[in-house]
Design a binder for this molecule. Structure first.
Ligand SMILES: Nc1ncnc2c1ncn2[C@@H]1O[C@H](COP(=O)(O)OP(=O)(O)OP(=O)(O)O)[C@@H](O)[C@H]1O
Ligand SMILES: [Mg+2]
Length: 258
């Protein structure tokens, strides 16, 4: 990959409390070099979605700092962020095509002509294998199809940071494997700085350059694990000895931290 890895995304001592003082996210320090992809796993309620929502600017009341290439993300417009939320975040009254078009309009700021945008929409829907769904409304789609639309939309805006909150959770095992491959291929050709939350240990190993393992105890810092499996050819990953060893290492940490 010919991209330089700048400072990227820096999460410095971030904690989140909801009104009433309930701690939603303990103290997090994490650095994600530009154009890298880290996966995040952790028990339900440990604050994974809260972390993504804070980076995306949907929660502003966090303490600490979140920077991208040295600039605070608290300032509007510091970086273009694509979020695939846990519930897909599609507008039900807009067609699939219009959902993507709208996100592009908001984020594009005149970089592409209308015609180029329309072509991009077609390309991304095709890349996700859902070209025929362009005119449909989200509520007429299966959960898995909605997840693909949300992914197409996130890629289509060519974000500098991509945040994915369990984007493949509604997919059956076979479709999930297909779309993991598709996602990785697209990410390799458009390598944004990405944080990918998943419940699935296997998925965390298949997709992350590093794996962030959060703890149920919010006082404890996450464990950040190198992942030698990432650099193996994708179709060989599952059968590799490294994969097996990595699963064992992660399960050991989970037994201690969850
Ligand atoms: N709007 C809210 N008001 C108060 N507490 C909240 C709110 N949203 C989330 N929380 C709490 O913050 C904590 C972290 O929630 P979060 O959704 O980030 O967890 P998560 O790790 O994403 O869980 P899951 O794996 O189930 O998606 C939980 O204890 C949750 O109950
Ligand atoms: Mg969540």
């Amino acid at each position: 990959m010919s991209y330089s890895k700048n400072k990227g995304l820096e999460i410095k001592g971030v904690t989140v409390e909801y009104p009433g003082g309930q701690c939603a996210l303990g103290h997090i320090d994490l650095c994600l070099p530009e154009h890298s992809i880290y996966t995040v796993i952790g028990p339900s309620g440990c604050g994974k979605s809260t972390l993504l929502r804070s980076i995306a600017g949907l929660i502003c009341s966090y303490t600490g700092d979140i920077l991208f290439n040295g600039l605070s993300l608290r300032e509007q417009g510091t970086a273009l962020i694509g979020l695939v939320p846990q519930n897909y975040g599609l507008l039900p009254w807009k067609t699939v095509q219009s959902n993507i078009r709208m996100a592009m309009k908001i984020s594009d700021s005149g970089r592409q002509t209308k015609q180029q945008q329309e072509q991009q929409i077609i390309n991304w829907l095709a890349a996700m294998g859902i070209a025929e769904l362009a005119q449909r409304y989200p509520l007429s789609l299966s959960g898995g199809q909605q997840q693909r639309v949300a992914l197409a939309r996130a890629f289509a805006i060519l974000p500098e940071i991509m945040l994915l909150d369990e984007p493949f959770s509604a997919l059956d095992a076979i479709t999930r494997e297909e779309i993991q491959t598709l996602f990785l291929e697209n990410w390799i050709s458009h390598p944004t700085t990405a944080l990918f939350v998943t419940h699935d240990v296997e998925e965390a190993i298949l997709l992350g350059e590093k794996i962030v393992i959060m703890s149920s105890n919010k006082e404890e810092s996450p464990v950040i694990m190198d992942n030698p499996v990432f650099h193996i050819t994708h179709e060989d990953k599952r059968d590799s000895d490294e994969f097996f060893q990595q699963s064992k290492r992660i399960r050991k940490v989970m037994q201690e931290k969850w």
